[in-house]
Design a protein around this ligand. Structure first.
Ligand SMILES: Cc1cc2nc3c(=O)[nH]c(=O)nc-3n(C[C@H](O)[C@H](O)[C@H](O)COP(=O)(O)O)c2cc1C
Length: 349
């Protein structure tokens, strides 16, 4: 029904409008008494063979929704009930901001890809707290980033403010230094800048949550050179980070089936979906070889099928995430992917 009826209708609309409509519809549906429970019954298989233990948490399955879909933490219970093992909300910034001018989200249908330059449009981390502190069943990671108007030299304060607000309610926190849509953000991946940032966020989380150690992860770009991936991995080991998420969207436009005109029409932004899959897998393999078995790796980028999810898990990912494939394949995808991981061997089993 999604591909035959709903998707063609959504495609008549600009991509961002379609997103708000579909997400709004889901939230409305989930607000009807009894529907969340019904959804969980339909979409979750409750199968011991899909469970994963990682980051000190028991995930019902290893398939997560990547950051950027539920930026303001407004619908994570409904999304969780749709079959995901966990939801990463955000990116939340220290201050509310409207993001880049629209249009800022584009479909490249021939590549089943998206290009976005959203620019961290969100209501800010303080606003999200009211919703994050509600009791919830879904495992919720909170991804934090830098407010655009905050200068790079003051970035740490902005991340720390968000970490202090969301830390007590987050199942894990992600420091996002890899979005291509906030000028200068990716410079924070350089180890001399990343070290003080991660130390400060770790300290902030310890301060606001002394009784429960909040797992801290960093999310990196697929465009990092191999030596820089190694350097981030070494730093994460040195600092005792809990995990790495690889990867964000790419600024590369290589190997696309879409025409040069179609690609140019989208303009600047991060490319996601199958074109990022190969590099995302390479970075995963490189990271796993570098960090050993202990550190949690979340692989994201171009995963569309149960086989691909399984491949990532077998290549050393503890968990995986999707975003773009959900737009192309619809609401049954998380369940299909989760079923495909049933009974597999891998870290976290
Ligand atoms: C429209 C859109 C918005 C995104 N926003 C964020 C974001 O706010 N923070 C973030 O860390 N990643 C963001 N991402 C990146 C995704 O979380 C993910 O890393 C990337 O899309 C690769 O996965 P995919 O190929 O399954 O989409 C966004 C992606 C898309 C398509």
């Amino acid at each position: 029904m999604y591909k035959k009826l709903i998707r063609p209708l959504l495609y008549l609309l600009p991509a961002e409008v379609a997103h708000h409509l579909a997400f709004g519809g889901l939230r409305l549906l989930a607000s009807i008494p009894g529907v969340l429970r019904l959804m969980r019954h339909v979409f979750h298989q409750n199968d011991d063979a899909t469970r994963v233990r990682a980051l000190g948490l028991d995930f019902p399955n290893p398939i997560g929704l990547a950051a950027g879909f539920d930026k303001d933490a407004i619908g994570y219970e409904a999304l969780g009930a749709m079959g995901f093992g966990f939801i990463e909300v955000g990116t939340l910034t220290g201050q509310a901001q409207s993001g880049n001018p629209t249009p800022r989200l584009f479909r490249l249908t021939k590549d089943r890809a998206l290009i976005n330059r959203m620019g961290f449009n969100n209501r800010g981390s303080a606003d999200a707290v009211a919703r994050l502190r509600r009791p919830h069943r879904t495992i919720v990671g909170v991804n934090i980033g830098k407010t655009k108007v905050v200068p790079e030299e003051q970035a740490i304060g902005d991340y720390v403010a968000s970490a202090k607000r969301v830390g007590p309610y987050a199942d894990y926190v992600v420091v996002n230094v890899s979005s291509p849509n906030t000028p200068g953000l990716r410079n924070l991946q350089a180890t001399e800048k990343l070290r003080p940032l991660l130390c400060a966020v770790r300290e902030a989380l310890n301060e606001v949550s002394p009784a429960r150690r909040v797992p801290l992860l960093v999310k990196i770009a697929p465009d990092l050179a191999d030596e820089d991936v190694d350097a981030v991995a070494d730093l994460c080991i040195e600092l005792g980070l809990d995990g790495i998420i690889a990867s964000n969207t790419t600024i590369s436009r290589d190997g696309l089936a879409s025409s040069a005109d179609e690609v140019e029409h989208c303009g600047a932004g991060g490319l996601s979906g199958p074109p990022v899959a190969e590099r995302s897998m390479e970075v995963l393999q490189r990271l796993r070889a570098r960090v050993g078995e202990e550190m949690v790796l979340i692989s994201v980028g171009g995963i569309e099928t149960p086989e691909q999810a399984r491949e990532r898990l077998e290549a050393g990912a503890n968990l995986v995430q999707i975003y773009t494939a959900l737009i192309y394949d619809g609401p049954w995808l998380p369940k299909r992917l989760a079923e495909g991981t049933s009974g597999r061997e891998g870290p976290g089993q």
